[in-house]
Design a protein around this ligand. Structure first.
Ligand code: GMT
Length: 379
């Protein structure tokens, strides 16, 4: 198949899923064309069958905001025509489902039908998409997509309860590539970060409010009073400055390290004992899955789709959103008991195997084929 992959190219989970999916499909012999404004962060080197089309929106003094959507729709039309694409898979409904719809209409006027598959990732429904400034377009373009997928059962249900949806939504979970995410020996990193054998807790996110990074720090504040430990904070975003201030205020700067955006997160997960994810909402929690693949148990909130990933009492623990004391208590329980921690490490790895890319990627391929078949019948 010749597939156009539209996504945000940044560190966010939706861009990561789109990129890993594209690379996996390319490995299986499909031609994959990434179409976005910057090279996706996980598209770091040359891959056979992978192409990248950069979208640039022309600057003009009249525009306070360069009209990216118009430039993207024009680029989609161009790439579909020139590369003879079979379908467009757009990740994150805003604005990609609407742009895909626009491109499809333009191409239809030239007698070409390009099916649009929209994957819903989370905040495009829960936090942003349901805002009245976007909702009518999000609802309309989800319904207009030829196929729709959601990354968890919970996100599917939330989409149905938030909007009037007349399309089937197929759940295809996030996935993990074990050739990259696995426990590797990085003892020299461990020694550098925790020279006296301290335990290492880790959090990775885009530091938006929804991630509740303050809870991560507050949990660590309690844990570090009982257990010699260090906290690694990976990522960057709007909350980072406030979080750095908080660490200074509570006097834990020597034990908390902000490492910013990191490419090789698996190397940091490899030296970690617990992963913290206390999010207000999380449609799936790809970061938790990446931790589990590296044998790191997860202490998380029970928000959104997290219960589909983290099994309470087996692969980690889940507490109510904001239950800082509860999360800290669970961390201490696990860190104090080496046997249980090791058992949880093993359980986390086994649970992550359920989301192996080799299991999930064929679900996308079958869905593409189904949508292509249906759209041919309807033409
Ligand atoms: O977590 C974010 O804020 C980034 C966001 C995105 O769209 O890039 O992540 C969402 O998509 C990921 C991949 O499908 C999911 O694993 C995350 O749970 C989801 N984030 C939220 O729902 C907050």
């Amino acid at each position: 198949m010749r597939i156009g992959m539209v996504c945000y190219p940044t560190f966010g989970g939706s861009g990561v899923v789109a990129t890993e999916l594209g690379l996996g499909l390319a490995d299986k012999g499909h031609d994959v064309h990434f179409i976005t404004y910057k090279r996706p962060v996980r598209l770091t080197s040359f891959h056979a069958n992978v192409y990248f089309h950069e979208v640039t929106a022309m600057e003009y003094p009249l525009f306070e905001f360069a009209p990216y959507e118009t430039a993207l729709a024009s680029k989609l039309v161009d790439v579909v025509l020139f590369e003879k694409l079979d379908l467009l898979h757009v990740h994150y409904a805003i604005p990609h489902a609407a742009v895909g719809y626009m491109a499809r209409q333009i191409l239809a006027s030239q007698g070409i039908y390009i099916p649009i598959i929209t994957t819903l990732h989370g905040t495009d429904i829960t936090l942003v998409g349901n805002d009245s400034s976007f909702a009518p377009v999000v609802e309309f373009t989800i319904n207009q997509s030829d196929g729709v997928t959601a990354v968890s059962e919970q996100l599917k249900n939330e989409t149905i309860s938030t909007f009037h949806i007349d399309r089937e939504i197929k759940v295809v979970h996030n996935f993990i590539d074990f050739s990259r995410f696995r426990k590797i020996n990085k003892d020299h990193f461990r020694k550098a970060i925790a020279p006296d054998g301290e335990k290492i807790l880790i959090h990775i996110s885009n530091f938006r409010k929804v991630k509740r990074v303050e809870d991560v720090i507050r949990v660590f504040e309690i844990v570090s009073k009982q257990i010699e430990s260090k906290l690694l904070l990976i990522g960057d975003g709007p909350e980072r400055k406030a979080m750095e201030d908080l660490c200074r205020q509570i006097g834990l700067c020597d034990h908390i390290r902000f490492l910013g955006k990191q490419e090789a997160v698996e190397e940091l997960l490899a030296i970690s004992d617990l992963f913290l994810l206390p999010s207000e909402n999380e449609s799936f929690g790809l970061a938790a899955l990446e931790a589990m693949a590296c044998e790191v148990p997860v202490i998380s909130s029970n928000a959104g789709g997290l219960p589909e990933v983290n099994i309470d009492g087996q692969t980690g623990y889940m507490c109510a959103v904001g239950d800082i004391k509860g999360m800290a208590q669970k961390c201490i329980e696990l860190l104090e008991n080496e046997d249980t921690l090791n058992q949880f490490r093993q359980n986390a790895f086994l649970q992550a195997r359920r989301f192996d890319i080799d299991q999930i990627l064929p679900q996308y391929e079958e869905f593409y084929e189904e949508i292509l078949r249906k759209s041919k019948i309807n033409q």
